[in-house]
Design a protein around this ligand. Structure first.
Ligand SMILES: C[S@@+](CC[C@H](N)C(=O)[O-])C[C@H]1O[C@@H](n2cnc3c(N)ncnc32)[C@H](O)[C@@H]1O
Length: 404
């Protein structure tokens, strides 16, 4: 931004100063490399400095927010602005997000968010009071790959059982149940497309898909279900980045059968009979819910972008989850994290997760060999799990063909 940011920041309330700085950091390195998110953050920082109405909105949000983490807060402010463009399944600005550079965002912020009584300000404040809650089906590729790789050497009696902790709207489990097509591209250490590894990786997923599939899936989710269209719109806005929104229809006709927005709608509506939801906090499962999981033990227990919200409890969570796994079951974690060298039984969550690519990883912790601790097996270019790198030294435990 053009003004002397340091002097300006020093006069702000502490929480707002951290968020103001975070707008700048995420403008430089937008989450998932999404340019529309980057231009929003640049506009948010400039607008915060120059637009009293927007500054009031942000200061009020910071004073009410219970999560004291500037990167979470900046992410949420973006999602709340993004949600204004996609209410009730139909986006209002037909041009969004194409061409949403910093000036376009600044224009919209001035036009829509300067006045606390405007419908957009009211909607934005309502969304800022909701927790961030994504539901990203593409992460199912991790489970379908692992199931395929493991089924080389073991029979899944009657099919796969998965417990998905922090399952949001169960899109991962529904995607597995419906065998929704999902592929990843594998690249080598230099970032070059590795055709053979990609083929084997997707073949494992294909093997699982042609096998018995998901027998039972339990999503464990703290948030209650909602029929409120505004809350549903918030979930959708949290789950789809601007770069995932489908291009104008005429450009996609006949080219792509599924796009991310269609898939999101399809999975939201779907009710596959083998997918169940347990409503509650998994840190404190009721005896009835514990019994339900214990009598349907999991091959794979998935924690996808949920341990960061439960960071102080990671070792306890893995200890409590082990008895709910089958004998050779595994805990599978997707997270912006690393294994601390002195204690592989836990994970260190990365705070500046957006700062560069390849910080999101898939880790496994195996019930059969817990002494190995969390092993990273795939690095992901972004949390969308579309482009991955195999962690050669660890993948041999799971898929020797890929390590070769
Ligand atoms: C960031 S979202 C990720 C959702 C999904 N796993 C995915 O990868 O798209 C985290 C979800 O975990 C839920 N969650 C967080 N902590 C939880 C807990 N202790 N018990 C149950 N659900 C929890 C939140 O409500 C939210 O829906």
């Amino acid at each position: 931004m053009s003004i002397a940011a340091g002097a300006f920041e020093s006069r702000l309330p502490p929480g707002s100063a951290a968020l103001f700085a975070e707008f700048g950091a995420q403008a430089e390195a937008p989450p998932n490399g999404d340019p529309t998110i980057g231009s929003f953050h640049a506009a948010a920082q400039e607008s915060y400095a120059t637009n009293q109405g927007f500054r009031n909105l942000i200061n009020r949000y910071v004073s009410l927010e219970t999560v004291d983490n500037a990167s979470y807060q900046a992410n949420k402010v973006f999602k709340a602005a993004h949600s204004l463009y996609m209410p009730f399944k139909v986006r209002t600005a037909t041009g969004y997000p194409y061409g949403y550079d910093e000036l376009t965002w600044m224009h919209d912020i001035t036009a829509n968010l300067s006045d606390a009584r405007s419908p957009q300000s009211i909607e934005m404040r309502a969304n800022l009071r909701r927790p961030l809650q994504t539901s990203r089906d593409k992460r199912a590729i991790v489970l379908s790959f692992l199931a395929g790789a493991l089924s080389q050497e073991r029979e899944f009696e009657g099919g796969l059982t998965v417990h998905d902790y922090g399952s949001s709207s169960n899109h991962v489990l529904k995607s597995l149940a419906l065998r929704h097509p999902n592929y990843a591209k594998i690249v080598d250490a230099q970032g070059h497309y590795d055709k053979s590894a990609t083929r084997i990786f997707n073949m494992f997923s294909g093997f699982y898909k042609s096998g018995r599939g998901l027998m039972r899936g339990y999503g464990i989710e703290a948030q209650p279900p909602t029929n409120n269209p505004r809350a549903q719109n918030w979930l959708k806005s949290c789950s789809l980045d601007p770069s995932q929104l489908d291009p104008p229809r005429e450009q996609v006709a006949g080219v792509k059968e599924f796009n991310d927005e269609d898939t999101y709608e399809l999975l939201t509506e779907a009710r596959p009979p083998q997918v169940h939801t347990i409503r509650g906090n998994f840190l404190n499962l009721s005896p009835e819910h514990h019994h339900k999981l214990a009598s349907n033990k999991a091959d794979l227990a998935f924690f996808s972008h949920v341990l960061s919200q439960n960071a102080p409890h990671i070792s306890t969570i893995s200890k409590n989850t082990m008895p709910l796994l089958k004998r050779r079951g595994m805990i599978v974690v997707n997270e912006y994290a690393e294994v601390p060298p002195d204690n592989p039984q836990t994970l260190n969550i990365l705070d500046d997760w957006y700062a560069s690519k390849w910080l999101c990883q898939t880790f496994v912790l195996s019930k059969a060999s817990p002494e190995l601790g969390f092993l990273p097996i795939i690095r992901w270019e972004s949390s969308h799990c579309e482009v991955g790198q195999i962690v050669e030294e660890n993948i041999s435990h799971i898929a020797p063909d890929l390590a070769a």
